[in-house]
Design a protein around this ligand. Structure first.
Ligand code: TMP
Ligand code: ASP
Length: 239
């Protein structure tokens, strides 16, 4: 499988065509941005870590939680063969604990527990700053149809249940995360994009230390160390 024409370059990944029309190659970069691209930097080793973590978690979600994903197979440290999809233009956010923008919106301290998970949708548009939208916006604008939206919700909560338990075993609290879904050429809804410290908030269960991109966003230091710690806990020393 060889990389063809570059189809797209995002903030953290590039996408290339392959010889097969409905397959493409995702290539993870070490580049990091925050605040809609205003803050830029490099997190050494991030591309490799996010590629490996995403593929491992997607494999587990497929085999153990029955969630279809775009994953075909890992090609190298930074590159993965995936099914080509039309991305549903929504960021699907699941929250288990108050943090980040929710803390600001509702005036609660970060770390405040929630009685049940919260599901949020943002319309994927950098120019608009990814505004939060609800079911009515999504259906009225035609970003997803009713059946697709219901399936996205079902998958999002099932992914949350699976990942909470998975990370708990390795001493990590899953605070919140962002998912993206896509539609394959044969019309199937699949989980796409990535599941990594770029797109999840991970806190050490005991010390509550942040092990995710908030270390970069908030200049907390040792960003590389935090990403490596997550990788090592997932692949290594199971507690
Ligand atoms: P928020 O609290 O800033 O809204 O972020 C919620 C979750 O979504 C958090 O786990 C980080 C993730 N996220 C992304 O993956 N991409 C983004 O552009 C933003 C703003 C958040
Ligand atoms: N990656 C996003 C951006 O650059 C934001 C974030 O993850 O905080 O806008």
């Amino acid at each position: 499988m060889t990389k063809g024409k570059q189809l797209y370059e995002g903030k953290a990944k590039k996408v290339y065509a392959t010889e097969t029309p409905d397959e493409c190659i995702v290539s993870y970069k070490d580049d990091a941005t925050a605040f809609n691209g205003l803050k830029k930097g490099t997190i050494r080793g991030k591309g490799t870590i996010n590629n490996r973590l995403t593929n491992y978690l997607m494999e587990r979600l497929e085999s153990e939680a029955g969630i279809p994903t775009h994953l075909i197979r890992e090609l190298s440290d930074t590159d993965t063969l995936v099914r080509k999809v039309d991305i549903v233009p929504l960021e699907v956010i699941v929250r288990n604990v108050v943090a980040g923008s929710l803390a600001k919106r509702v005036g609660k301290e970060e770390g405040t527990p929630l009685a049940r998970p919260i599901l949020e949708f943002c319309y994927k548009d950098d120019g608009l700053g990814d505004p939060m939208v609800n079911d009515y916006h999504i259906l009225a604008m035609g970003w997803a149809d009713e059946k697709t939206l219901e399936t996205i919700k079902d998958y999002a909560f099932r992914i949350d249940d699976y990942l909470i338990a998975f990370f708990k075993e390795i001493g990590i609290d899953l605070i919140d995360f962002k998912l993206e879904f896509g539609i394959t050429s044969d019309g199937r809804l699949v989980l796409a994009d990535e599941i990594s410290p770029d797109t999840c908030r991970f806190w050490d269960s005991v010390t509550k230390e942040k092990l995710d991109k908030d270390r970069f966003r908030r200049d907390l230091g040792d960003v590389e160390g935090a990403y490596k710690e997550v990788l090592e806990r997932v692949f290594g020393e199971r507690r």
